[in-house]
Design a protein around this ligand. Sequence first.
Ligand code: GLA
Length: 390
Amino acid sequence: MPLSLTEQAKELFLQTLAGKPDVAVIAPGRVNLIGEHTDYNEGYVLPMAVDRGIAIAGRKRDDLKITLYSADYREQEEFNLNAIRHDISRPWANYFKGVALLLKQNGIPLGGCEAVIRGDLPQGGGLSSSAALEVASAVFLKKLFGVDLDDLDLVRLAQQAENKFVGVQCGIMDPFASHMGGKDHALFIDCRTLEHDWIPLDSGHKVVVFNTGVKRELASSDYNERRRQCEEGVRQFAKFLPGLRSLRDLSLCDFEKYQGQVEPLVMKRCRHVVSENQRVLDTVEALKAKNLEKVKALFQESHESLRDDYEVSCHELDTLVELAQEHPLQKGSRMTGAGFGGCTVHLVPGEEQVLENFITYVSEGYQRRIGRKPDYYVFNASPGAKFLNG
Ligand code: GLA
């Protein structure tokens, strides 16, 4: 994580508000390695925090006013702590507002403050800039006002801010990874119990992310439709398996036994979730055993399942994954995040020449087939906000 981002936020605070900030914090974005569309089904995920994020620097005020300046949008927003309202004309401020409102609703006393926000994550690009901003806001307010809030409550609060205030029905994975990620580790999360574990990543490999450049709207009806189809799947399978609460409880064996009795489209959605959960568990084992050929096969199956059963891929994502899979040295390629655009993720040997060769191969192929070069990022797994803000 480039600490310079926090330094930049501090510096900007000095320039715009003529004074020193009391507190400066940073929260990273995330990329999901495997476990897609499983978090809201109480399943397993394996994301990692990345070395890009969002920093906030600020200080207390004596009144109840909150003044936020976004260095990236070059916009300022002011509101009173007793009159927090969603405002579509300044979407970036809603993440901070949502967190502040939820803290208040939880009986946590806050005061006014002024702060500068600075990020280096592409927005709406599938790297969870929104979760990073929510986690950064929560950590900032926690530190500034000495709030007593444990890690998992902070993660839940960030998710609720997105669900209830911003209005996007995302799962818990993104704020969890942003807050709890570990340096050089992926984060295994059981999204039902919130038990988690840090899984060492192979030090010889880097995580490459390509951005299709296709903007996806998370609030879009497609994401919510998939969630509804999963709920419908639970209802239909529960006819044969009383007590089934979520797709997490549906074993592969029971799925196979009853799949013929379930509506075909719903059956496909469920097949993705049930098989993807197993792939997350298998990937964790394969990473521990340093079996990257196995990881590669699991990433490929995950992509195919998202493309064919869950139907959340698109031509640009498929093109990037196909091109990457043609490269002999890559050790895993798939779409990542919600889909319908956004990014792909790849495990690639860390030697400079191999990385360069892989990136050039995929970029040029994309240029030929799609007509433009994709943006790309080479990431190391970063510590989450919990570890970065001491
Ligand atoms: C988005 C959501 C996550 C998760 C993924 C799909 O990133 O924010 O909660 O559901 O999509 O795995």
